[in-house]
Design a protein around this ligand. Structure first.
Ligand code: UN1
Length: 512
């Protein structure tokens, strides 16, 4: 277990601290482990948000049992009726947006505006995906024999285990939960250990919306709970967003058990800035893409691939703006860049800055330090950092940093830039700034990522388009859009022979 987390657990909770529980079978129940962990504000670790259960395998077993007991009734509930409850859920999320936003900023650190965007993404996902309750389209198609009908429908997969990360504490759980429910599955969620309150807020809203007992269950805690969910024989599907290392372990376990597994993992996303680009717009986009959410997005613009002709000017303008970014507690409306999530994350990011300067020998154009004084003293703050003169192949250019750090890489031709963007093991998001329609279409064709933007940063996906990446980012699935339904349902082909006799497909001749 992460050192920082252990420290959190050891910290004795004040008696006034609110205690939260797991939600299993429609009841808020204590963990059978009897253990708790403190959830702290990353901007001020003396601010303890609450005590959350450190769930064990037995808790997970109980949650899966509850999901199993609820499965048949929920599966048989007509999809439009399931969707009605989800529309109510959307209203509850909308009505509580401000409270959920503040809770999220307090436990996760992202600034209020962005936390509001996160809750909004959950609302959008809920309304959009609930609409599928009246579609969930299958198809009909001609049969090859006379007097025979053929069609294809979606059926639920069963019990789904949802393992969610810290960086989008409500949006990402909703991307998994809502389609799972509309398709007729029951779920057990293992919340991200740094952000359990936001996921509990989502689950409480499900309870309030009248989603039947046992359909949605949540266990809070660490790796033990996640592993127990992945290992459970009654869990048919695991949907995971998080690190590539954990995703690989999950995929291996799921392969052994023949489970369906959808993975959304790392990114090393890049923006190409062509010499004809509107530089100021490209700088604004880079600033937002690299330092929004303190760079803790799978879609973060962690590489800026800039044409040699405008490189110097671009770097000057960018660095000037980065130096002015206001770092602080996300609850302060003036803050532009919040803390990073915890001590481990901070050390990892500082480690990469060290590698960038001392091993890769890139130029540190600004930032590079932890902020420790004054208001920063109890938080995990890092100066927004720009490394320039970065070359393809350097570690900082290849590996996901997941923090407020971006690398600037010069190039000469569009093909060279595309090779740089594609030359990493991930393939989530990419972008190009250019005024030239031919260049933009060529880039859209050649950039091998799941998402590609023109004249916009690599972040900001909308819920009605598929989300996911190529290569090491995932395993071929897409969340969001209607494409997510292919994760949470399985196709069933139906043949109805109304000829009144035996007709053998592929064998009997049909008279024409
Ligand atoms: C993530 O970084 O894991 O496109 C999700 C975006 C957000 C979602 C990011 N809508 O940046």
């Amino acid at each position: 277990m992460a050192k920082a987390k252990e420290a959190k657990e050891k910290k004795s909770s004040k008696s006034s601290t609110k205690t939260y529980h797991n939600y299993i079978g429609g009841e808020w129940v204590k963990s059978l482990s009897g253990e708790f962990f403190d959830n702290v504000n990353p901007a001020d670790t003396t601010d303890i948000i609450g005590r959350f259960p450190k769930s064990n395998t037995e808790d997970v077993n109980r949650a899966v049992e509850a999901a199993k007991n609820a499965a048949t009734k929920w599966r048989r509930t007509p999809a439009p009726k399931r969707a009605e409850l989800l529309f109510s859920l959307g209203e509850i999320l909308r009505d509580n947006k401000d409270r959920f936003t503040r809770d999220m900023t307090r436990e996760m650190g992202k600034v209020l505006k962005e936390a509001g965007g996160d809750v909004q993404e959950a609302i959008d996902c809920t309304y959009y995906t609930a609409g599928e309750g009246r579609r969930l389209h299958g198809f009909t198609t001609p049969a090859e024999m006379p007097n025979k009908f053929a069609m294809c429908v979606r059926q639920p997969v069963g019990i789904c285990g949802l393992i969610t990360p810290f960086n989008f504490p409500m949006a990402i759980p909703s991307w998994k939960l809502i389609p799972a429910l509309v398709c007729g599955n029951t779920v057990v969620i293992k919340s991200g250990e740094d952000v359990p309150l936001s996921t509990i807020n989502l689950v409480k809203s499900c309870e309030e919306a009248g989603i039947p007992k046992g359909v949605v269950n949540i266990v809070n805690g660490f790796g033990e709970a996640g592993a127990a969910l992945v290992d459970h024989e009654d869990v048919r599907l695991i949907s995971f967003t998080g690190s590539t290392d954990t995703g690989r372990i999950i995929a291996e376990q799921c392969a052994r058990d023949n489970k369906i597994v959808s993975l959304e993992m790392g990114g090393k996303n890049a923006i190409i800035v062509m010499d004809d680009a509107d530089i100021d717009n490209a700088v604004e986009g880079s600033l937002w893409g690299a330092f929004g959410t303190s760079g803790q997005r799978c879609t973060a613009s962690s590489r800026l691939v800039v044409h040699k002709k405008i490189y110097k000017k671009f770097v000057e303008k960018l660095v000037e703006k980065v130096k002015k970014l206001r770092v602080g507690n996300g609850l302060d409306a003036k803050t532009e860049v919040g803390p990073v999530i915890n001590e481990d994350a901070m050390q990892k990011i500082l480690g990469y800055i060290h590698i960038g300067k001392n091993v890769d020998k890139a130029t540190l154009a600004c930032g590079g330090n932890q902020l420790t004084k004054g208001d920063y003293k109890n938080g995990y703050f890092i100066e927004p950092t720009v490394l320039t003169d970065v070359k393809p192949g350097m570690r900082i250019e290849q590996e996901e940093i997941f923090g407020p750090v971006t690398c600037v890489i010069p190039f000469s031709t569009l093909d060279e830039a595309i090779d740089i963007v594609n030359g990493v093991k991930y393939g989530l998001s990419s972008a190009i700034y250019t005024q030239d329609v031919n260049q933009s279409f060529y880039a859209m064709q050649e950039l091998y990522t799941g998402i590609c933007y023109v004249n916009s940063a690599t972040i900001g996906a909308e819920v009605h388009l598929p989300f996911g990446g190529t290569k090491g980012t995932g395993n071929g699935h897409r969340e969001a859009g209607t494409q997510v339904l292919d994760i949470f349902s399985e196709w069933k082909s139906l043949y109805i022979d109304y000829s009144g006799k035996l007709q053998k497909a592929q064998i009997d001749a049909v008279e024409i």
